[in-house]
Unconditional design. Sequence first.
Length: 483
Amino acid sequence: MPKVKTSDVCRLRSYVQQFGESIFSTDGSILFCKVCEVRVAAEKKFTVTQHTLFNTVPKNNTFTTDLCTTLVSANIPLFKLKNENFRKFLSKYTGQHIPDESTIRKNYVGKTYNNTINCIRTYVENKKLWVSIDETTDIEGRCVANVIIGTLEIEYPGKTFLFNAEVLEKANNSTITKLFDNSMSLLWPEGIKHDNVLLFLSDAAPYMVKAGKNIKAFYSKMEHVTCLAHSLHRVAEEIRKKFPEIDAFISNVKKIFLKCPSRVLKFKEMAPGIPMPPQPILIRWGTWLSAAIYYCENYQLIKSIVMEFDKEDAVAIENAQKLLNDTNLELNLTFIRANYGNLPKYISTLETSGLSLTNSINIIAQVQNEIGTDNSSIGIFIKKKLEAVIEKNLGFKIMKHISNILERKATSRNNTIPEKLTADDMAYMKFAPMTSVDVERSFSRYKTTLADNCRRFTFENIKQHLIIQCYHEIQVKGWTKDN
């Protein structure tokens, strides 16, 4: 039996019924889009469907703008809008037409990013600022640099924003200087307010130190400080190098339990309530020392567990057992625990957001006092390393003197403080950060954004998503140590 052709009137009415009277209307002869205010070709259903996907949401639609902001700030991939159940859920409980992913990506992400940049500009317009820059190599092999800006306040810690991110051809003083200048031009498009930038934070890499000198030539009030937490980590690294047998022991015990559920189960049976041996990551500040302290506190228990394993099962077991048979291992762990056990705690405290300048300075003073009590050959070497690290941080000396002024410990202004830095400017240093941990945290967020299902993003897409996410996260709760 031949297929009966549906009449034009019935077909047009079916489109109105399917897509909603808020989208289409018909007089029986044409299909009219109420949103676009145009006639829609309705000979084929595909044409109508495509129109609803790409054209039925005006570019100034408030709901779609809010939807875009919500999805991006929550790091929900826009392609989730292709999920039919998700679309039905949103449509059911909002009563709104849900736009296609490509519509939001083309028309709204860029606008939301620009709105975010404008919000940051408005907030920091006439405030005193600090800037922090660092770079990393992402999973795609790109050299990515992030720029953090923060406000300096007198009565409370200021707000912090991820403001810019760029791919660098290579990391050197020239590219960092250019990135700094480009970021300030983006912040103040009508003219850079050089006197509002009082502090630049970075790591102690030679090219960063040189970039700091270049930047100071244009920002006469600015001081460059290298990260204090990173400085203490460099001291911790020297401690690690002095104890290769402990380093080898930590590494081998880590391998013993890695991807071996039976050994993990054995550990939990023999040591209930004791956490599994830590797996330190050398680039994470203070984690190796924390692992050494763990083994000192649980030495006999860990030894009894490792000795239970068959050395023929794995090379790591054999190596760990050999090291445990050396009595120097326990003695050296005791030495580290007694003389450097507080160093991870001090690094962790320096990483705390909102720490006052005085508190940061006092932490370094405490570290110097504690390390100075060890008169062994290793202790003297570590003490000299700490002194060398602090000595090279020229900005730290200036900030220390400003801290003394804020506490009335200084009776005069010495000649190390920039001439153009006024008394009012120094008052704004009360909550000046002394670490670059905020930019390190932004890289953690960057790695989360650059997930396996987002590899096809252009860097500009990633940058926009990242800055939107970080801005709204800061608006809700600010940076925290766990971010």
